[in-house]
Design a protein around this ligand. Structure first.
Ligand SMILES: Nc1ncnc2c1ncn2[C@@H]1O[C@H](COP(=O)(O)OP(=O)(O)OP(=O)(O)O)[C@@H](O)[C@H]1O
Length: 247
């Protein structure tokens, strides 16, 4: 296995009486896709929010490339190399794919780009944004308005937005949602290639995609990791089968 890029140790999060995250520890290693799966309400989004920095854990630590990022905010984590895509699309439809990725770069980097520089003229953004679109095989569509892109291509633009700051690790939250077989097939192929450059922590409900893509899986139930391992072991695990049969 590759070296550890992201590590989560003993994370806890409580909402009133509800323990949404209970002593969760997991890591992400270079070259891999680690899938986080679990039935509805298991706590996947709550965990991702804590890793991304939009939600503070009550206890536990998060390290990125050996650095403790537990106390940092979203933009600081992005600048240190944590890329993420969102469950709900945040793309601006009338703007080109390129402009969307540039805006994504500016938003993620926070104050490190001067806010009074018009996004379109900031050369520091054009080159990385074009490169990010090429990495998701959309170089030819860079100047096309997002409104004219297919659903699958929009997802690729969202991945490009997450890639533009050259992250060390990627958090992808349900990238296959709403895609047909063709779109999800194309995205699956893309992620298979991309993981060699950037390891991916993947939350996904599409189990075909998960079992095809994941090198390791962690199964979350009631805020707790009940099983961890490779696809075959997870598929056969009676605790996992029981959790999903009840879903
Ligand atoms: N801000 C909040 N305040 C109170 N309870 C919350 C809050 N956010 C999430 N929860 C609760 O925490 C639990 C875990 O929710 P979460 O959305 O993380 O699950 P999930 O695994 O992402 O679910 P899904 O697959 O349906 O998206 C649920 O019981 C949810 O109702």
């Amino acid at each position: 296995m590759g070296e550890e890029v992201l590590s989560i140790e003993g994370l806890h999060k409580r909402f009133g009486a509800l323990e949404a995250t209970r002593d969760v520890s997991l890591d992400l290693r270079a070259g891999e896709i680690h899938a986080l799966i679990g039935p509805n309400g298991a706590g996947k989004s709550t965990l991702i929010a804590q890793i991304a920095g939009s939600l503070r854990p009550d206890a536990g630590r998060i390290h990125l490339a050996g650095r403790d990022i537990t106390g940092l905010g979203v933009a600081a984590r992005a600048r240190l190399g944590l890329g993420r895509s969102f469950q709900v699309s945040s793309l601006a439809e009338p703007l080109s794919a390129l402009r969307n990725v540039m805006i994504g770069a500016q938003a993620r980097a926070g104050h490190s780009f001067r806010f009074w520089t018009p996004v379109a003229r900031d050369a520091r953004l054009v080159t990385p944004a074009r490169k990010a679109l090429e990495r998701v095989h959309l170089g030819q569509r860079a100047d096309t308005p997002v409104a004219a892109l297919s659903h699958g291509e929009r997802r690729q633009v969202e991945v490009a937005c997450a890639l533009v700051l050259e992250p060390r690790a990627l958090l992808l939250d349900e990238p296959m949602a709403g895609l047909g077989p063709e779109g999800s097939g194309r995205l699956t192929e893309l992620l298979e290639t991309l993981k060699r450059e950037v390891p991916i922590l993947l939350i996904e409900h599409d189990m075909d995609a998960v079992f095809r893509l994941a090198d390791r899986l962690s199964v979350l139930v009631d805020g707790h990791v009940i099983a961890h391992g490779g696809s075959d072991a997870i598929r056969r695990d009676p605790r996992v089968q029981e959790a999903y049969l009840g879903d």
